[in-house]
Design a protein. Structure first.
Ligand SMILES: [Mg+2]
Length: 311
């Protein structure tokens, strides 16, 4: 499979999962089942007063990260250049949040951090948030640094800490970027997870205990485990853990993995988006639910960004 197929699968797959989760982000599982029937939500639906295919802040911010990376690629792909350009694009996204219909339940941490004049760095953090808001926008970094999971991990951490100061949020942003980097190079999921866990352990302490535990589940444990036991996805570690769990549970089926990742009590659009990014990177655009692809808001922009990141 070509690199661009995986990049497209990753960007469009993430947007699809985000869009599936959009109407149910703040609903309990009981309410989701009540509204959508015994299988929960399995097809795109409207949200924020907009029609089915609507994206949330997760995809908006991922696109801002992608724009920043692409500008950095034109000049100099150092961490400093990436951070400077991504910060500028995230600030630009922040400014759009007062435009009618553009605000899609943006995360509090990101909104507050982007109000400030100066970004956070590993040495000087601007808050102590461990929310998942910097992890669900990390996949474009993995695409840009495909087949270089170590660099993706380091730059993923640097980009996370722009807005999120807790060690777990920073590490999870790096971990997600490293995972996508391996998958975009055609590395198998279990091998990519092994590399990711090695990078997490390499920075000292076991910083993502829930994710690391999900990576070590055997086939029986995977088959009988439930999202409820892992978490709700509002925090960085459990959001990454739930996405890895969904990908390991349904490694060959984008639609089943993403539905599994969205139908629970917690942060459905973020776990849906991250799971969609993983499955899309693993299998390319063809694996992403066909009927969703052309309905996604800003599909043309997502295409352009995926191509530019991969080439
Ligand atoms: Mg969202």
């Amino acid at each position: 499979m070509r690199k661009t197929d995986r990049a497209l699968g990753c960007m469009i797959g993430a947007a699809g999962g985000d869009s599936l989760g959009a109407p149910v982000e703040f609903m309990s599982l009981a309410d989701i089942l009540d509204t959508y029937g015994e299988n929960g939500i399995t097809d795109l639906d409207g949200a924020f007063g907009l029609p089915a295919g609507v994206i949330t802040d997760d995809t908006q911010q991922a696109m801002a990260v992608a724009e920043g990376l692409i500008t950095a690629m034109l000049h100099n792909l150092t961490s400093e250049a990436v951070c400077e350009n991504v910060w500028r694009e995230l600030k630009r996204w922040h400014a759009t949040q007062s435009i009618p219909f553009q605000s899609r339940a943006p995360g509090f941490t990101s909104m507050e951090a982007l109000r400030k004049a100066i970004p956070g760095t590993l040495k000087k953090r601007t808050n102590s948030s461990n929310s998942c808001g910097s992890v669900m926008r990390a996949h474009p970094i993995g695409i840009a640094f495909a087949n270089d999971p170590t660099t993706a991990f380091n730059i993923g951490m640097d980009v996370s800490v722009l807005t999120h100061g807790d060690d777990q949020a920073v590490t999870a942003g790096g971990a997600m970027a490293s995972l996508i980097s391996s998958l975009c190079a055609g590395v198998l999921l279990n091998e990519a997870l092994e590399t990711m866990c090695g990078l997490i352990e390499g920075i000292g302490i076991a910083r993502l205990p829930i994710t690391q535990r999900v990576c070590s589940l055997n086939a029986d444990e995977l088959a009988c485990g439930s999202m409820k036991k892992i978490g709700l996805g509002w925090n960085a570690d459990d959001a990454l853990a739930m996405s890895v769990f969904a990908a390991r549970r349904f490694p060959d089926n984008y639609h089943r993995a993403v539905c599994f990742a969205v139908n629970h009590d917690g942060d459905s659009d973020s776990t849906g988006s991250m799971t969609g990014a993983l499955l899309g990177a693993m299998h390319g655009l063809d694996a992403v639910t066909r009927s969703w692809r052309d309905r996604l808001e800003r599909r043309a922009d997502l295409n352009r960004l995926a191509f530019a990141l991969a080439t």
